[in-house]
Design a protein around this ligand. Structure first.
Ligand code: ATR
Length: 278
């Protein structure tokens, strides 16, 4: 008889039923024939810290953290990676053997690894990146583009002041422009990213023209419902490289799975299909 526990992992947030993470990790556990479970855990605000701290005792090796706890979990964590501190949020928690809470943010690296897998010739250093939006997703995208060596990041957001907060946070390589100028920002762009919620099912359309984007520019959208947004369709019609946002979701899950279950998982077409079917 073994005294070892079967590793448990999950995703914590509120509400939680919409999360695609159980499908992603469940697919990998089955694919690699690993012992373990990944479950959605809905936790109310007033119980968040206490529940999180009790999870290692129940056999949890780690969890993903989603809305509304991605920022507040940093204050509870015993250690925080540099990239999570820079982004100001965490999405991946590992429980140490002594119960310590280690917080990381893999959204930025998931964003980059998706682009590298889908367009291997893409190079962040090749030119300016234009980022639309200044919410939580923009913080992860901007920090990772800067880490990859983007020479300049032009940031346009409806609420300019939010863009300026990010500019002062990330420093000199970030320039803020007005949302009304957005169509004119693309002429030197190597990378164009929509991080706003515009274009998502149930949200207003993203009415931004890519007419000035140069040939060879890569356009990506963090919206993945619909999978092919009008923004990406426009990019394809103009002969630009278009990468959908589902891959970012899949790639951000890789480091957590690796750490918790001991296997570095692959993001492949079958995983995409399994997640889309859910
Ligand atoms: P997240 O943390 O997921 O990025 P968020 O903080 O709500 O979400 O950010 C959503 C982004 O979409 C913001 O950049 C928001 O612009 P504001 O900062 O001006 O709110 C942008 N957004 C949402 N609705 C918009 C609209 N109708 N027009 C332009 N931008 C919009």
């Amino acid at each position: 008889m073994t005294t070892e526990r079967i590793p448990l992992a999950g995703v914590v947030g509120w509400p939680i039923s919409h999360s695609k993470s159980p499908r992603i990790h469940g697919y990998w556990l089955k694919k690699y024939g690993l012992e373990g479970y990944y479950v959605p855990v809905g936790i109310r605000l007033q119980e968040f810290e206490e529940t999180l701290r009790s999870m290692p005792r129940l056999g949890f090796v780690g969890v993903n953290v989603t809305i509304p706890y991605k920022e507040s979990v940093l204050a509870i964590a015993n250690s925080v990676t540099d990239r999570a501190a820079l982004i100001g949020a965490a999405n991946t928690i590992s429980f140490r053997a002594d119960g310590g809470i280690h917080a990381d943010n893999t959204d930025g690296i998931g964003f980059i690894n998706n682009l590298k897998q889908e367009e291997p010739d893409w190079d962040a250093t090749a030119g300016t990146a234009v980022v639309l939006g200044a919410g939580g997703a923009a913080r992860a995208v901007i920090s990772s583009l800067l880490a990859e060596g983007a020479p300049k990041v032009i940031l346009a957001n409806r609420t300019r002041a939010r863009g300026e907060v990010l500019q002062s946070h990330f420093g000199g390589r970030v320039e803020v422009r007005n949302w009304t100028e957005v169509h004119d920002l693309f002429s030197d762009a190597a990378t164009i990213v929509n991080t706003t919620s515009l274009g998502m099912v149930g949200q207003p359309p993203l009415e931004v023209s890519l007419a000035k984007a140069p040939f060879g520019a890569l356009v990506t959208d963090i919206v993945y419902n619909p999978l092919k947004t009008d923004f990406l369709l426009q990019a394809e019609q103009r002969g630009l490289l278009a990468v959908d946002g589902l891959g970012m979701l899949l790639h951000q899950a890789v480091p957590g799975f690796h750490d918790w279950f001991g296997q570095r998982p692959e993001v492949d077409a079958a995983l995409r299909e399994a997640v889309l079917a859910s």
